[in-house]
Write a protein of this length. Structure first.
Length: 378
C-alpha cells in the first residue's frame, strides 16, 4: 500500500473525528451521562471510518506480511479434516490450544486465505463491539467508542497474534460477566477464550476479584507497585504457578520464554512506546477515577489485573507484552473516564479525548514494527 493510498484511507477517520468533536459539544457522549442521542453520528463519523481503516491495513494485508501472518496462512492452507486440525496446527504453526485450529478447519472449505483474514478481522471488530455494549453501559459511556481501540497497537495485534486477538474480547467479556454474577455464561466464555489462546487462563483469577478487599482504593495503587518491586522474582513465581496448573501447553511456553534464554524480537519491554501507553494510561485511570467513586468497579478490577501482570513480567518482554492487548482493548473506556474528570468545557474534553487516539493512531501508523507486521511502507 502506497503512502497516497494510506492517506485516502486515513482521511475519513480524521475528518469524522473532527466533525464528531464539533457536533458533540453539548452532549456528554464520552462522560458519565447516559445520553446516547448521538449514536448515529458516532457510527457514521467514527465507527465506520475506523472499520474500513482497519480493514485496509489488517484484512487486506499481504499474505506474506511480516511476523506471524505467513505461519498462520501456511497452517490454514494445510487444514483438511477437523479431526486432524489440531495436529496440523501444532506441527506447522506450533501452537497447542485445543479450539483454534479445529474452528478454523470448519471455515477452510468455504474461505480462501484472503477471505479468512477478512473474516478474522470482522470477528474481532464485532466481538469488541459486543464487549463494549456490556462494559460501557454501567459507566454511562456510549459503546461506540470501542472503535478507537483499533487506532492503537491493538490493530497491529489483530493482524499478527490472530489467536489472542480473537480471544481477548471473549475473555474480557467473560471477566466482566463474572463480576456481575453471571457465572455460567462467564465460565463458558472463559473456556472458549482459553481454548483459543493460553493467555486467557489468567482470567480464572476472576473469583479473587469478587472479594471485598477489592472494594478498597489502596489495593489499586499498592498492588501494581508491589508487582513491579518483586518483578525480579517473576520467573520462579510464575514457574511455581505453572507447575500447579499442570497444563502442558502453558508449561511449554514457560520453558521457552523463561528457561531456554529465548530472545524476544521486542528487546527490553520498557523501551517500547506500547508499554508506556499501557502502563501510564492504566495508572492514570486508577489514580484519577478512584474505584470508590464508581458504582461499577469491573473496569478497575480488569485494569488492575492486567497492569499488575504487565509490571510483574517486565523482565520478560514476551510475557509482559502478552497482556498489553487486553489493556489496549479497554483504553477508550479508561480515557473516557479520565476525560470526564477534566474540568474543561465538554467540546474541549471531546477534542482532548479524540485527539489522544488520533495521536496514538499516527504513532502506530508510522511505527516500523507496524509497517513490517502489516506489510505496508511509508
Amino acid at each position: 500500500m502506497s503512502a497516497e493510498e494510506l492517506a485516502i484511507v486515513c482521511m475519513p477517520v480524521a475528518l469524522g473525528a473532527l466533525l464528531l468533536c464539533l457536533c458533540a459539544g453539548r452532549s456528554a457522549v464520552y462522560g458519565r451521562s447516559n445520553d446516547v442521542g448521538l449514536g448515529m453520528p458516532l457510527i457514521l463519523l467514527l465507527v465506520l471510518p475506523v472499520f474500513f481503516y482497519g480493514f485496509s491495513l489488517v484484512a487486506m494485508r499481504p499474505l506474506d506480511a511480516g511476523n506471524d501472518t505467513v505461519g498462520y496462512i501456511s497452517a490454514y492452507s494445510q487444514l483438511d479434516r477437523i479431526s486432524d486440525s489440531w495436529r496440523v496446527g501444532a506441527l506447522v504453526y506450533g501452537n497447542t490450544e485445543i479450539l483454534w485450529w479445529p474452528l478454523q478447519s470448519l471455515l477452510r472449505p468455504f474461505l480462501s486465505p484472503r477471505a479468512w483474514l477478512i473474516a478474522n478481522y470482522v470477528f474481532v471488530f464485532v466481538l469488541a463491539a459486543l464487549l463494549y455494549r456490556k462494559a460501557a453501559r454501567p459507566l454511562g459511556i456510549h459503546h461506540g467508542i470501542f472503535a478507537l481501540a483499533f487506532l492503537t497497537f491493538f490493530l497491529v495485534y489483530t493482524g499478527n497474534i490472530m489467536r489472542q486477538a480473537l480471544a481477548t474480547p471473549i475473555a474480557a467479556l467473560g471477566f466482566f460477566l463474572y463480576l456481575e454474577r453471571q457465572r455460567v455464561r462467564a465460565s463458558l466464555l472463559l473456556a472458549v477464550a482459553i481454548g483459543l489462546h493460553w493467555s486467557s487462563v489468567i482470567f480464572l483469577a476472576a473469583p479473587l476479584f469478587a472479594l471485598r478487599v477489592f472494594d478498597r482504593d489502596g489495593i489499586y495503587l499498592g498492588l501494581p507497585i508491589v508487582a513491579l518491586a518483586v518483578s525480579t522474582l517473576s520467573s520462579s513465581i510464575i514457574g511455581h504457578i505453572v507447575g500447579l496448573l499442570g497444563i502442558p501447553g502453558i508449561s511449554d511456553k514457560f520453558t521457552l520464554y523463561f528457561l531456554q534464554g529465548h530472545q524476544s524480537h521486542i528487546e527490553a519491554i520498557w523501551k517500547t512506546a506500547n508499554f508506556w501507553i499501557c502502563a501510564l494510561s492504566s495508572a492514570a485511570f486508577l489514580v484519577m477515577d478512584r474505584p470508590s467513586s464508581s458504582s461499577n468497579r469491573a473496569l478497575h478490577k480488569f485494569t488492575l489485573l492486567l497492569l499488575t501482570l504487565v509490571l510483574f513480567g517486565i523482565n520478560s518482554a514476551d510475557f509482559s507484552e502478552r497482556y498489553m492487548p487486553y489493556l489496549l482493548l479497554v483504553l477508550p473506556l479508561q480515557a473516557a473516564l479520565i476525560a470526564a474528570r477534566l474540568c474543561i468545557p465538554q467540546m474541549l474534553r471531546n477534542i482532548a479525548f479524540i485527539g489522544f487516539f488520533l495521536l496514538i493512531g499516527a504513532l502506530v501508523l508510522l511505527a516500523k514494527s507496524s509497517q513490517h507486521t502489516l506489510g505496508y511502507s511509508l
